[in-house]
Design a protein around this ligand. Sequence first.
Ligand SMILES: *Cc1c(COP(=O)(O)O)cnc(C)c1O
Length: 391
Amino acid sequence: MPYPELHPPVRTLLGPGPSDTHPRVLQALAKGTVGHLDPYYLEVMNGLQEMLRGLFRTKNPMTMAISGTGSAGMEATVVNLIEPGDSMVVCVNGVFGGRMADVAERAGAKVIKVERPWGEVFTPADLAAALAQKPKVVGIVMAETSTGAWQPIEEISRAAHEAGALLLVDAVTALGGVPVEVDAWQIDAIYSGTQKCLSCPPGLSPVSFSPRAMEVVLGRKTKVQSWYLDVSMLANYWGQNRVYHHTGPINMTYALYEALRLVHEEGLENSWARHRANHLALRAGLAALGIRYATDESCTLPQLNAVLVPEGVDDAAVRSALLNRFGIEIGAGLGAYKGKVWRIGLMGYGSRPANVLLFLAALEQLLAEQGFKFTPGSSIAAANRKYSQKS
Ligand SMILES: *Cc1c(COP(=O)(O)O)cnc(C)c1O
């Protein structure tokens, strides 16, 4: 055979995603494929939707998984709410806000961009001038994976609704790692992805639309630009009728189902607490080495640690040695952060003490080779001290 069998190298994925898949999720992928209208599959879909509502903390009937990665969820939420000529405010403080603005423009929206420097977040005051233009939709990224910034949503939601707009939230990296409260915060449309904090491979995008958002969708004057992502049609498959629209990605649905069972078993609050505990240990370890964060402490995400590459250290050499010698993948800086920042993800199954300690030990070895000055072992000791503090 000219084509070798698949033997992917064993990696520890500590970048901005994908993160490590839980072994139980991998096993779920390998189970027998059934038809997309098989009664068994319909039961799996029901369970999946129920667990997704729990994860999003919502009662929204229109809660489901879009076939496609997180960006498909972004497209789905935008193209359903936007008709050509509608105005949409998009908050841009990193790569993904920029992508949302692009998607909105392609959908025919009149986009009003509001910007903040990378690593910072928005306050309602930042949006005041844009909201005065009475947009139909306000789009914002809750966990900006390019910068590690954690955007508070509740106050932005209030301001958007006072201006009569719908609120659309990117929760791709947020969901499972930090609290996301769709009903309490009155989020109208939200999307996520499977490969960040849900311990699942990429391939599905959990989404939820509020009844208010569905009213807007069903009252459109024009057809949704995308046939594939039209929620009024998807609603016939994911709703009571279960009418064929497109073939569901059966085995990916098994995978997400199992991933959601894992969150359910652990408890959502416990999952948030675990992400935080491992973040605090990593943070203590990095501080012991004198490595600083690119984001302000007040808005640092626990699951995505964007830190400044220390002066005199070769960014690319460290990242490639981590990969080649230790099997550890971390992320490079993008855009404004290119060459300046490492992005260390502790997401989903990847957020474990074993990974924090492995990473710090490997990093110490590589920093020593680069001639960087620090007290050997200090990062591990600091992380372990954090773990032994009971909070
Ligand atoms: C990863 C990510 C996306 C895009 O998801 P894909 O699965 O790569 O399509 C969108 N928004 C944020 C905040 C992300 O981190």
